[in-house]
Design a protein around this ligand. Structure first.
Ligand SMILES: Cc1cc2nc3c(=O)[nH]c(=O)nc-3n(C[C@H](O)[C@H](O)[C@H](O)COP(=O)(O)O)c2cc1C
Length: 182
């Protein structure tokens, strides 16, 4: 059955290595009949969470802050699978992805027990080196805490500049992850 997939792409480089990985993933997922929506968070106006615990009153626009998260919320709520995509920045995910993810707390606030909607998830990352441990730790904790299910991780080290990833075998891994979603 066709799945709805949201990609939260935290790279500011729309033609960068992370975006090349997500494009390969998207090609595979769409080939398998799924519906994919990708957000390039760096070009959106998304403020940091205020920690006010005042959201969740209107589930169509659950945060007290009104910005581009209002475009993401309905797609996120509908999605079966959430793809967290980011370059490695100082041994963790980019601020763009973290900022947007924090703001998804407003959706949990729609539930009286702060229960998050159940999703499958995957992690897609690119980096100059190979130090993905901290990002994986964050992702694995998230999976456990949210009660989500990881369907895979595509972690591509050894890529620094735009274009470095072309011909990289991780592109096929990303594509195959997409194709595997049925
Ligand atoms: C602010 C900043 C911090 C970075 N920190 C790391 C790092 O800790 N480890 C690493 O291997 N690469 C690091 N990099 C390199 C990027 O992860 C690498 O260039 C990656 O390919 C960028 O992905 P993109 O093309 O999707 O933007 C950093 C780059 C920037 C701009």
């Amino acid at each position: 059955m066709s799945k709805k997939i949201i990609i939260l792409n935290g790279s500011p480089r729309k033609k960068g290595n992370t975006a090349t990985l997500t494009a390969a993933f998207k090609r595979g997922a769409e080939k398998a009949g799924n519906q994919v929506t990708e957000f390039f968070l760096g070009e959106m106006n998304i403020n940091g969470c205020k920690g006010c615990f005042g959201g969740g009153k209107d589930c169509n626009s659950p945060c007290v802050q009104k910005d581009d998260m209002d475009v993401i919320y309905p797609v996120y709520q509908e999605a079966d699978i959430v793809i967290l995509a980011s370059p490695l920045y100082y041994w963790t995910i980019s601020g763009q992805l973290k900022t947007a993810f924090d703001r998804l707390f407003a959706v949990a606030e729609c539930n009286p027990n702060y229960r998050n909607p159940k999703k499958d998830m995957a992690l897609i990352m690119a980096a100059e080196g190979y130090g993905f441990e901290e990002s994986e730790y964050w992702y694995d904790r998230l999976e456990k805490h949210l009660g989500w299910k990881s369907i895979g991780k595509v972690l591509c080290g050894g890529v620094m500049n735009v274009g470095d990833i072309s011909e990289n075998e991780k592109l096929d891994e990303a594509y195959q992850l997409g194709v595997s979603i049925q």
